[in-house]
Design a protein around this ligand. Structure first.
Ligand code: NAI
Ligand code: MG
Length: 525
């Protein structure tokens, strides 16, 4: 697994990197691709360059950074790091591509490119899933699920490409009016590390279908799958400059995107704190349009009349799916008093039966956390929970000494004033609170700065709809959880975000309306 063009022992260890604030960079002439052997034994060619104007290129300053496998803490490879001057080149390429055929062609042509890309991704789905698992640490079946969603979503976007129509507006016989949707231009897109490829598709799919071009920055801990996907985009012939991928760090590459004067829109997924920062930078530079998909502390509510087995499955999927690194994770669990002991016991038992470990091992449900930073953060919250007087039901510790694995963790007797109740932890960490009535749980659930998602488990349609109508959340799942569909919009109320991804609504963020009013009041001359 360790086969590198450039490496020194000092740079091999992620802790060394962390000690330097993750800002240490190498000056090298790393090749533009590298043969990597996946944990499954299969080898593949990993692009390492920046993807600018349809080609993989070295960064201008030849800086690179290290990519870590969080399950082994070993280096996978280095990739080139984009800085401001590289972002400028990427924006120029995207700008040129936007003003050429891409924004002007028959939209069905763009749809066909997306369909071709989806087909090629399908043909490469095993490689893509394995790359994702290796780089992010998620269990292989989760990565396979992600890749399936990516393919479906690109096809969904392709279907919309030629249906983003305008309309004719009748204001009387003296005028002919029409309104039409136009693309925005070069879009900057900044994505996180929890679903690297899925977020790639949520950003690129609607942007391209609507005729925009993109400069996308991956997260520094998971740059690999996006580069591989860019290679597939190159193979299907997506015109040069339409997609540009710049690997790099938030404060440098991300900042260059959010402040860039030629970028007309920025779409971001990540923490609320960074989202606020990006919004300010977007406003101060050139008032970019902004969409944000941010954090959450989503309630997952079990009522007395719920089907216990199904509800517990949904609690498990809610918080332990993708190692809990999910913006809409059902991290605050509320159980009604009549069923509390039974559900908590079953939840504990189920959590303890989850297989945690090597993402490539058969039967593993929960892989590694993506970075040392996340591991440390989660363990810090375990200490906080204990200090604040919550009861540790299960887990609460690291698993093993190599790789960033955390045992599925549940705290009960959690009170609203505790840190673990209100702050986003972003790990396999559920906090459980007892409630008596629907109105009480609605108040508890809404007592959060976030409003991304919520879950309700009940057999009563009355309870389900009463509670769903009152919850402040962009998505409400009833008797299911973490259950996505390309046609269903996703995004946050309150500080969980602005705008929607997926569904028809995603295209609102990537188009702008033009109103054309023609005076025809003179009749025949
Ligand atoms: P982050 O929000 O700082 O990072 C996400 C992306 O933003 C990365 O690509 C990063 O490079 C970029 N970024 C960081 N600073 C930037 C800046 N100043 N300008 C432009 N781009 C910038 O999140 P981070 O530090 O990786 O994780 C911290 C916490 O954020 C997590 O523990 C979790 O609670 C939350 N988070 C939430 C996510 C979600 O999907 N809602 C995803 C990732 C993190
Ligand atoms: Mg990694």
């Amino acid at each position: 697994m360790l086969r590198l063009a450039t490496k020194t022992n000092a740079f091999k260890n992620p802790r060394t990197m962390a000690a330097f604030g993750g800002s240490l960079r190498l000056y090298s002439s790393l090749p533009l691709s590298q043969t990597i052997t996946l944990p499954s034994g299969q080898s593949y060619e990993q692009p390492t360059g920046l993807f600018i104007n349809g080609e993989f290129v070295k960064s201008l300053q030849h800086k690179t950074f290290e990519v870590i496998n969080p399950s082994t803490e070993e280096e996978i490879c280095h990739v080139y790091e984009a800085r401001k001057d590289d972002v400028d080149l990427a924006v120029d390429a995207a700008h040129k591509a936007f003003h050429s055929e891409w924004s002007q062609c028959d939209p069905a042509v763009r749809g066909k490119y997306l369909l071709d890309l989806a087909d090629l991704m399908e043909a490469n789905k095993d490689t893509l899933s394995a790359i994702e698992s290796m780089d992010n640490g998620k269990a292989l079946p989760m990565a396979q699920g992600d890749v399936g969603l990516v393919i479906n979503y690109l096809r969904y976007c392709a279907g919309w490409a030629d249906k983003l129509s305008g309309k004719l507006i009748d204001t009387g016989s003296n005028y002919f009016n029409y309104i039409k949707r136009e693309p925005i231009g070069v879009c900057g897109q900044i994505i996180p590390w929890n679903f690297p490829l899925l977020m790639w598709s949520w950003k690129i799919g609607p942007a391209l279908a609507a005729g925009n071009t993109v400069v996308l920055k991956t997260a520094e801990s998971t740059p690999l799958s996006a580069l591989y996907a860019a290679k597939l985009a190159q193979e299907v012939g997506i015109p040069k400059g339409v997609i540009n991928i710049v690997s790099g760090f938030g404060k440098i590459t991300g900042e260059a995107i959010s402040t860039h004067p030629k970028i007309k829109k920025v779409a971001f997924t990540g923490s609320t704190a960074t989202g606020k920062h990006i919004m300010k930078a977007a406003a101060d530079s050139n008032l970019k349009k902004v969409t944000l998909e941010l954090g959450g502390k989503s309630p997952n509510i079990v009522f007395n009349d719920a089907d216990v087995k199904k509800a517990v499955q949904n609690l498990i999927v809610g918080i332990f799916y993708n190692s809990g690194e999910v913006c809409c994770a059902g991290s605050r669990v509320f159980i009604q008093e009549g069923i509390y002991d039974e559900v908590l016991e079953e939840f504990k038992t189920a959590a303890e039966h989850l297989k945690v470990g090597n993402p490539f091992e058969e039967g593993v449900f929960q892989g590694a956390q993506t970075s040392q930073q996340q591991l440390t953060k989660i363990l810090g919250y375990v200490d906080a929970g204990k200090q604040e007087g919550a009861t540790l039901v299960t887990g609460g510790e690291r698993l093993g000494t190599k790789g960033y694995f955390v045992k599925p963790t549940i705290f009960s007797d959690v009170k609203p004033e505790m840190k673990i109740y209100s702050e986003e932890i972003f790990g396999p960490f559920a906090v459980v609170t007892k409630f008596k009535t629907a109105d009480e749980v609605i108040e508890l659930a809404n007592d959060s700065e976030y409003g991304l998602a919520a879950g309700i488990h009940t057999k009563s349609l009355d309870t389900a709809t009463y509670v769903a109508n009152k919850l402040e959340a962009g998505t409400v799942w009833i008797n299911t959880y973490n259950d996505f569909h390309p046609a269903m919009p996703f995004g946050g109320f309150k500080q969980s975000g602005i705008g929607r991804e997926m569904g028809e609504q995603a295209f609102e963020n990537y188009t702008q309306w033009k109103a054309v009013r023609i005076g025809i009041n003179n009749g025949p001359q």
